[in-house]
Design a protein around this ligand. Structure first.
Ligand code: C2E
Ligand code: MG
Ligand code: MG
Ligand code: MG
Length: 286
């Protein structure tokens, strides 16, 4: 019997799905091994003051050095780490590694004693029941002043309504650790979250930053977002700054910090060290 077009379409779809499923299973197996084989590593992206270009903080970003695929970006494996629960041991490793690296920089670079390290946390890590321990341990082990550690969370964590979330964030706040709301504006953006949780910083998502030079309405929205952050006495960080007009717009509208490829890409520690020795990134200033 000749197959109808729909049959064929289904057959192709099935084949595609099979291949995807096989690929997922393969990746999962490899992810299990990645931690013990030390295939994960961290890169760091500077956050600079919009006023003078001073490097104020560094965001740790996870990379996977896959034996055959090379370096895999987090978008391709963090969802899998989350689904499999591997994000919990991996997350503990990330917290430890980032703090260990911070200690090296604090010890070896003069004039960097106030440097901050930012670490991304998945919602899943908040259900691990020892996230607080993990943070406390790392702070103690590497003598990191708590206010020099920032934990980035997204709105998806807040809407999940996990009962422990608010308490955990408050405990971290009491310890002196900073909490940043990452990717602001992309989630549900219920503005009530901003005052219900102990945030110190708001990271404005790149999708808003990239509208600079576009429509007046989208620029007005970006301006309004920065104003909301400032009104709530949050430090406002613009993500994904790539151009001088974006940099200027955000500086002129009272944003505090900027992060983006236009300033510096995420880089391994050795290259970050060279930037830190200078202390400033002035490429988009003047
Ligand atoms: P994020 O936390 O919002 O991190 C910012 C992402 O934007 C990074 O992508 C960074 O490389 C990218 N970026 C920075 N500046 C620019 C720019 O000017 N233009 C463009 N196009 N992109 C820019 P990356 O490293 O691929 O990470 C993607 C996401 O994966 C992160 O978004 C974060 O949600 C997640 N992630 C990364 N590392 C970790 C981690 O250690 N733990 C957890 N739980 N999530 C992580
Ligand atoms: Mg982040
Ligand atoms: Mg972000
Ligand atoms: Mg993001």
């Amino acid at each position: 019997r000749a197959r109808s077009q729909t049959d064929l379409a289904y057959a192709f779809a099935d084949a595609a799905t099979d291949a995807q499923v096989r690929e997922q299973i393969q990746l999962e197996t490899e992810l299990h091994r990645a931690l013990e084989r030390e295939e994960f590593f961290l890169v760091f992206q500077p956050q600079v003051a919009l006023t003078d270009g001073r490097i104020v903080g560094l965001e740790a970003l996870l990379r996977w050095n896959h034996p055959t695929r090379g370096v895999v970006p987090p978008g391709q494996f963090i969802p899998l780490l989350e689904e499999t629960g591997l994000i919990i041991p991996a997350g503990e490793w990330i917290i430890d590694q980032a703090c260990a690296q911070a200690r090296v920089w604090l010890d070896t670079l003069p004039g960097q004693s106030a440097l901050r390290i930012a670490i991304n946390l998945s919602p899943r890590q908040f259900q691990s029941n020892n996230l607080l321990e993990q943070v406390k341990n790392a702070i103690k082990r590497y003598h990191i002043p708590p206010h020099q550690l920032e934990l980035e969370v997204t709105e998806s964590l807040l809407i999940e309504d996990f009962p422990g979330t608010h308490q955990l964030l408050s405990q971290l706040d009491t310890m002196g650790v900073r909490i940043a709301l990452d990717d602001f504006g992309t989630g549900y953006s219920a503005l009530t979250y901003l005052q219900a949780f102990p945030f110190h910083a708001m990271k404005v998502d790149r999708s808003f930053v990239s509208t600079v030079g576009g429509s007046r309405k989208s620029e007005a929205l970006l301006r309004a977002i920065v104003q909301i952050g400032k009104s709530l006495e949050l430090e406002v960080v613009a993500e994904g700054i790539e151009t001088k007009p974006q940099f200027d717009f955000l500086r002129n509208h009272g944003c505090d910090l900027a992060q983006g490829f236009g300033l510096a890409k995420p880089q391994p520690p050795a290259e970050i060290e060279a930037l830190l020795k200078n202390g400033y990134i002035k490429t988009l200033l003047s």
